[in-house]
Design a protein around this ligand. Structure first.
Ligand SMILES: Nc1ncnc2c1ncn2[C@@H]1O[C@H](COP(=O)(O)OP(=O)(O)O)[C@@H](O)[C@H]1O
Ligand SMILES: [Mg+2]
Length: 419
């Protein structure tokens, strides 16, 4: 079969890589893709938001299955558009994806069905929000309702900070319409964890757990990023905790979605805080995480196409999913300056010498036959091993062989005694 992957980051490289191992797949297209993906798939120049063009491309090239990486096209309704034309696509429809696309919707949904989460209030009027923030206790978390590329969440310690955030979001409107509504949440304390599951509308098939490293500097210091590394399985989630998450959160969520008449098919990513009172939901994502996918999929032994097809057919409960009994570690190499401003266009050297790890490309492109940097997060280096330490050593040994101007990476990814 012919498959199209929508997106062009490290997550999509991991998806393309896993799909390329399926005996069912003859040809992969990826749009827009990147330099690394171009070795496994034909990269197509279509922007992630251009749903019309995707539809045309899929019809013209007789593509059998489209797999969507990023949230934006899902929230915009790419799945609904494809389904209307009878085209096979993997991901939740627009209504289902609003579980990620609107934090207000997600919180209302959680509280309606008594699924563990922090308390919240939502506001669409500046004055009302201001009044509440004057009277509330601190710290609180203020979130823009809509998509904000991971920049729409602020932990504030007092009213002064809260007002600054409110002004930015509701007066200056730095997130545009994504800030029409703000959600103010109770601050939760504990370790963070995320669980990915395939959801077929009725059944859930959880994946190996993962942990991501959000901060730019070692020991989790400095500003948030899209993710500077990841490890799988997550050392903080033991079997008991996972069972608790599945029974008290994932299963009730899927039941509640059904009650709402929402057919959720795709990957459900649940972000959690492991609090003293048990795991609570922080947020949902309607797709695979990046860079967690770069450690989860390398451990998957079962054919991904088989799982995707079962998910679409509502039969994911019939899949006997198998995972490698190993640990995976992924360290992200970023451009100097990221997550702030950075320069691009630097040649990346040494990739041909990598033996013990897999290099997932994120912000790379081909220029005159050379691989050059084109984004903030540039590469994700993943290795597996019998222990985190073994995987970690491979990753950092291989990173030594890679070189581009200004390359930056955290050196503490996978040190589990620190997490
Ligand atoms: N209620 C909360 N209590 C404590 N920390 C939170 C809370 N909500 C969000 N955070 C922190 O902010 C991060 C980003 O928030 P999240 O809701 O996941 O938004 P997004 O990923 O869309 O930016 C979380 O990973 C977590 O570290
Ligand atoms: Mg998040």
């Amino acid at each position: 079969m012919k498959v199209l992957v929508v997106g062009g980051g490290g997550r999509e490289h991991a998806l393309v890589h896993k799909l390329s191992q399926s005996p069912k797949v003859e040809k992969i297209y990826c749009a827009p893709g990147n330099a690394g993906i171009s070795y496994l798939a034909e990269c197509v120049d279509i922007k992630v938001g251009d749903i019309e063009k995707f539809k045309e491309f899929v019809i013209k090239n007789n593509i059998d299955l489209t797999v969507v990486g990023p949230e934006m096209p899902l929230v915009q309704g790419i799945v609904d558009e494809f389904e209307r034309k009878g085209l096979k696509i993997f991901g939740p429809n627009k209504k289902a994806a609003s579980i990620e696309g609107s934090k207000y919707f997600a919180k209302q949904f959680l509280s309606k069905y008594n699924i563990p989460t922090g308390r919240f209030k939502a506001f669409d009027k500046y004055q009302e929000a201001l009044k509440f923030l004057k009277e509330t206790w601190y710290p609180v978390v203020i979130k823009a309702d809509g998509l904000a590329q991971g920049k729409g969440v602020f932990i504030v310690k007092d009213f002064i900070e809260a007002k600054e955030v409110l002004d930015l979001v509701m007066k200056k409107r730095i997130f545009g319409t994504s800030g029409d509504i703000i959600v103010v949440e109770e601050m939760l304390f504990g370790k963070e964890a995320s669980v990915f599951a395939f959801v077929d509308g009725k059944n859930i098939l959880p994946m190996v757990t993962a942990m991501d490293y959000k901060k730019i500097y070692e020991k989790d210091e400095g500003p948030n990023t899209g993710g500077m590394g990841s490890i799988a399985p997550n050392p903080c989630i033991d079997k008991e905790t996972l069972d608790e998450i599945i029974e008290n959160i994932l299963k009730p969520v899927v039941k509640a979605l059904q009650k709402e008449g929402i057919v959720y098919k795709g990957v459900l990513y649940t972000g959690l805080m492991l609090t003293k009172e048990g795991p609570k939901v922080v947020e949902f994502n309607a797709r695979f995480g990046d860079p967690e996918t770069q450690v989860v999929l390398p451990l998957l032994k079962t054919d991904l196409v088989e799982i995707i097809e079962a998910t679409l057919e509502g039969k994911v409960d019939k899949v006997q999913i198998e995972w490698e009994d190993k640990k995976a570690v992924c360290a992200v190499i970023a451009s100097s300056g990221y997550p702030g401003e950075y320069k691009t266009g630097f040649e990346i050297k040494g990739l041909e010498n990598i033996k013990e790890a897999f290099v997932y490309h994120a912000g790379t492109t081909l220029k005159e036959g050379k691989i050059v940097t084109s984004g903030g997060r540039v590469l994700g280096i993943t290795a597996t091993g019998n222990s985190y330490e073994e995987a970690r050593e491979k990753v950092y040994r291989e990173i030594q062989k890679i070189n581009f101007e200004g390359m930056y990476y955290r050196k503490d990814i996978g040190i589990v005694s620190q997490v």
